[in-house]
Design a protein around this ligand. Structure first.
Ligand SMILES: *[C@@H]1O[C@H](CO)[C@@H](O)[C@H](O)[C@H]1NC(C)=O
Ligand SMILES: *[C@@H]1O[C@H](CO)[C@@H](O)[C@H](O)[C@H]1NC(C)=O
Ligand SMILES: *[C@@H]1O[C@H](CO)[C@@H](O)[C@H](O)[C@H]1NC(C)=O
Ligand SMILES: *[C@@H]1O[C@H](CO)[C@@H](O)[C@H](O)[C@H]1NC(C)=O
Length: 472
């Protein structure tokens, strides 16, 4: 009979494009593509992030090499995009042919059926090869990112030793490289992860190394308190907008909006909202959703929102909530807002819960609490929590280098589990950590630096079925 098996294999490997991260380890192939080769050449010339360079010329040479590598990767991205389009057309065509055969097999001769089988096998092989190349690029990006981060930090050290203008010139070069890397990663991400918005997974299985963008807009490491990120439910004309708010204490006094990532890095905001004194906030666990700031205020102690579209201010007192319980790194973090694929959430602890975390779903239109769950997480023992797909994740410190997502609470099943997803941290103190459902990244404000992490999920078969058959 017609190779339904081949067909299924083809479909699953095709739709698995979106799961390269998940399939990555299992599908390492010794192909002829650039995947593994890139990895070697890349690691050969790149110094590790712990390598200390004292010579500005070395930093300059590395910039040239990184730039060259990125040009090559951008070229590859174009090839990948063209290939995906080409394979997609072929797969749609073959799917159509198989459907015709399934309806009326008699109408096709053996030779034709055989030729379709061969074509399906060919496309399948091509898809596997592409998947492996994409995985190779991911490795290159990770390595380039580590290099750029380490060079940027080195430049700061070299400022005292060399002519400031020369250092500045090289820094500009690295900023350009960062844009290019970001562009490469964005395009890669689109091919790599078409599952944005999907919740058909059983949770987080991996967190990338920290991606350090740069120090905050104030260019001041004293602005340790704050947050940055993207709107989790952007207005139609603000999809690429970034926001940042930082301060030298836990207060929230103003917020800046940037039209895109480049504008953020160039510190070129298009809006700067300074809150009236009576609207000042605290606690750093705020976010922007639908052009609205959700945050904690202390007078009266409550959760508040400022809608920057209507400039309307509102607050809600949660009488049970206590000011006594904050996260491990910082005081005043009593209300922590989170947004995910399913909506808006807030966590806090109370006297009655003995400092254990209470998770609450916020009803957005009324700004009231819809439903609540008590967890067994003792709030002062964790560094932060965030939500993904209606599941709460809590993070604690392992040692000076590592953090760990150690706990999850699923609001759908009301079950909690202890897990271990370790990840490297940039520096010790971070004021804010949140997930953004629009790009499935974790955003962290760490000692004045903008840091983010990619996430990988354990997609279920259902996710594979739910994925549109093709990227067209
Ligand atoms: C890939 O290469 C490794 C190391 O050279 C070897 O052990 C392994 O069998 C190869 N796998 C395939 C599928 O060829
Ligand atoms: C697939 O492509 C062939 C050759 O280009 C064409 O004859 C056929 O009609 C196409 N089939 C479908 C289902 O689009
Ligand atoms: C913000 O205000 C605008 C204009 O009144 C309104 O349409 C929108 O729903 C509000 N959004 C939130 C989250 O309050
Ligand atoms: C991924 O999900 C499957 C069930 O779909 C489960 O058996 C497996 O243990 C999960 N893996 C991890 C690392 O969580």
């Amino acid at each position: 009979m017609i190779g339904t098996l081949y067909f299924l294999a083809l479909v699953s490997s095709t739709t698995a494009w979106g799961h390269v991260g998940r399939l990555g380890e299992a599908s390492q192939r010794n192909g002829t593509d650039g995947g593994s080769g890139d990895k070697c050449s890349c690691e050969a010339f790149l110094p590790s992030s712990t390598f200390h360079i004292q010579d500005l010329e070395v930093v300059e040479d590395v910039a040239v090499e990184v730039h060259h590598k990125l040009e090559m990767e951008l070229g590859k991205m174009e090839t990948y995009e063209a290939k995906i389009t080409e394979y997609a057309i072929r797969i749609v065509n073959l799917t159509g042919e198989v459907e015709k055969m399934e309806k009326d097999l008699e109408a096709f001769n053996e030779a034709y059926i055989e030729s379709i089988k061969v074509q399906i096998k060919q496309v399948e092989a091509l898809v596997m090869e592409l998947q492996s190349s994409l995985q190779g690029s991911a490795v290159v990006f990770e390595s380039l990112r580590a290099t750029v981060t380490s060079m940027m930090l080195t430049l700061t050290d070299l400022e005292d030793k060399y002519d400031k203008n020369r250092v500045l010139e090289i820094r500009r070069e690295y900023i350009k490289i960062q844009f290019q890397l970001e562009e490469c990663e964005r395009r890669h991400q689109e091919m790599f992860n078409p599952n944005i918005g999907s919740c058909a997974h059983t949770g987080i299985i991996r967190v990338s190394q920290p991606i350090v963008s740069q120090i905050n807009t104030h260019l001041n490491a004293g602005y340790r308190f704050g947050a940055w990120g993207k709107d989790s439910k952007p207005l139609p004309d603000r999809e690429s907008m970034y926001w940042y708010s930082g301060y030298t204490s836990a207060a929230i006094v103003d917020i800046k909006f940037y039209s895109n990532y480049k504008a953020l890095i160039l510190r070129n905001h298009f809006q700067h909202h300074t809150l009236p004194t009576q609207w000042y906030g605290t606690g750093n666990n705020f976010l922007i959703r639908e052009n609205t700031l959700y945050y904690q205020i202390n007078n009266p102690f409550s959760m508040a929102k400022v809608n920057f579209t209507s400039m309307k201010y509102e607050y809600r007192v949660i009488s049970k909530a206590s000011t006594r319980f904050s996260y491990a790194h910082s005081s005043n973090q009593n209300f922590d807002f989170a947004a995910d694929e399913t909506g808006l959430w807030v966590t806090y602890a109370s006297e009655a819960s003995s400092g254990h975390l209470i998770l609450a779903k916020i009803n957005e239109p009324s700004f009231g609490i819809e439903e609540e769950w008590q967890t067994s997480v003792y709030k002062p023992g964790v560094n932060n929590v965030f939500m993904v797909c209606g599941v709460l994740y809590a993070v604690r410190t392992v040692d000076i280098q590592m953090e760990e997502i150690f706990y999850m609470f699923d609001t759908r099943t009301q079950q909690e589990h202890y897990i271990s997803v370790p990840f490297e941290r940039f520096q010790e103190g971070y004021a804010n950590l949140d997930y953004n459902p629009t790009d499935q990244k974790l955003y962290m404000y760490n000692n004045g630096y903008y840091v983010n992490h990619h996430l990988w999920f354990n997609y279920t078969t259902k996710a594979i079925e739910d994925t549109p058959a093709l990227l067209i």
